[in-house]
Design a protein around this ligand. Sequence first.
Ligand SMILES: O=C(O)c1ccccc1NCC(=O)[C@H](O)[C@H](O)COP(=O)(O)O
Length: 222
Amino acid sequence: MSGPLPKVQVKICGINDAAAYDAACHAGADWVGFVFYPPSPRAVTPEEAGELAARGGTGRRPLCVGLLVDASDAEIGEVLKSAPLSLLQLHGMESPERCAAIRARFGLPVMKALGIATPEDLGLLEAYAPAVDRFLLDAKPPRGAALPGGNAASFDWSLLAGHPIPRPWMLAGGLTPANVASAIRATGAPAVDVSSGVERMRGVKDPVLIAAFVAAAHAEQE
Ligand SMILES: O=C(O)c1ccccc1NCC(=O)[C@H](O)[C@H](O)COP(=O)(O)O
């Protein structure tokens, strides 16, 4: 017996104000991402993330993802005192051993972000697989970029064609309401992640673009 195919899941990353949080809830996003990386224009404090996640709303509540960049145990512990996270997104140079240690210490699932530019980059998947619960496949930061992610850069999606990915995963990097459907069709991504593509200016989310992105992704099926 076969039922309807599952919808592609959506994460809206870099939520930093109430309008964006409410728009993500209302649109039916599956996850919202909070950036705990002070140099980012999207950064929030753990307390701000906790307040946003506690907002009521008419829509379904998305799960909260904490984005961390080479954070220490002490920093992660501070974040978890205030922010109710369901998933830790590690977006720095964390090794497989560090990912495993964070997962064991904090008892939360870990999603490792990997920058993809060549077929060799996909070779890292096997090394990380035992240490993580999920992958986020993103573009590498452009030369000279100030941030390790959230740069509106995409990678060559054809690199993923026919390549087994040994954990659940999300596609990220340069996605927008206009290109997310083609990205899903080209890669078979079961989930997608966006930040810049739903902003009206760097660091400022646009509720209309959030709604358009979620609708375009949810119109696709795995
Ligand atoms: O968004 C940031 O400011 C950021 C800072 C440091 C590390 C990662 C960061 N963002 C990651 C993301 O928002 C996404 O997971 C991904 O890179 C896609 O971003 P975009 O291309 O802007 O949609």
